[in-house]
Design a protein around this ligand. Structure first.
Ligand code: NI
Length: 197
């Protein structure tokens, strides 16, 4: 096991599409996953994509902790009850994300590859995602709210997209230390505080 170095915005590994994994059972992929889990826990973060640790493969890991699972998002109040679920550590290989509907919501995001910054990012509120697990199991889930946000953020990394590239209003991008008061004030409509994704 090893804690891997995390690439920061500007490194070319973060802006190019990652390659599919041919064999999810490959011991090298399993080693990568173990190292990603350790790296995410050390950071700490709640999600990590392989390109962030300089490996251009379509692998992401994430979890939704209990303290974030209850965060509703603007425009998603009706779905909040279904969305309020803690999601255990999930390993997704070759993920596919499909939006369910056109509804989007704004929420604060951070990223281990964009350290110190936070921004208000629009994401689809309801998605379906699928992929392979590390034991050749298949994963197929419907996600809403913060869970859906995390998956969209992580899978964007596989296509060379960082959260600032999804923002519509860059006046809402800033250093977390400077933005904290604004984030807290807008917590109700915008969901919870930024998390490192
Ligand atoms: Ni990220």
């Amino acid at each position: 096991m090893a804690i891997l170095k995390i690439a920061r915005m500007g490194h070319p590994i973060l802006s190019r599409p990652a390659e599919p994994v041919d064999n999810p059972g490959d011991p090298e992929i399993h080693r990568l996953i173990r190292d990603m889990i350790e790296t995410m826990a050390d950071a700490p973060g709640i999600g990590l994509a392989a390109p962030q640790v300089h490996v251009p493969r379509r692998v992401v890991i994430f979890h939704v902790p209990a303290d974030r699972a209850e965060d509703g998002e603007e425009g998603a109040e009706e779905a909040a009850d279904e969305a309020d679920e803690e999601v255990p550590l999930t390993i997704l290989i070759n993920p596919v994300v499909e939006r369910l509907g056109d509804e989007m919501a704004l929420g604060w995001e951070g990223c281990l590859s964009v350290p110190g910054l936070t921004g208000l990012v629009p994401r689809f509120t309801r998605i379906r995602y699928s992929g392979q697990g590390p034991n050749r199991d298949s994963i197929d889930r419907i996600a809403e709210g913060f869970h859906a946000r995390v998956v969209q953020h992580e899978c964007d990394h596989l296509d060379g997209v960082l959260f600032p590239m999804r923002m519509r209003d860059l006046s809402q991008l800033g250093f977390l230390e400077e933005m904290r008061l604004r984030v807290d004030a807008e917590r109700e409509p915008e969901g919870g505080p930024p998390s490192e994704l």
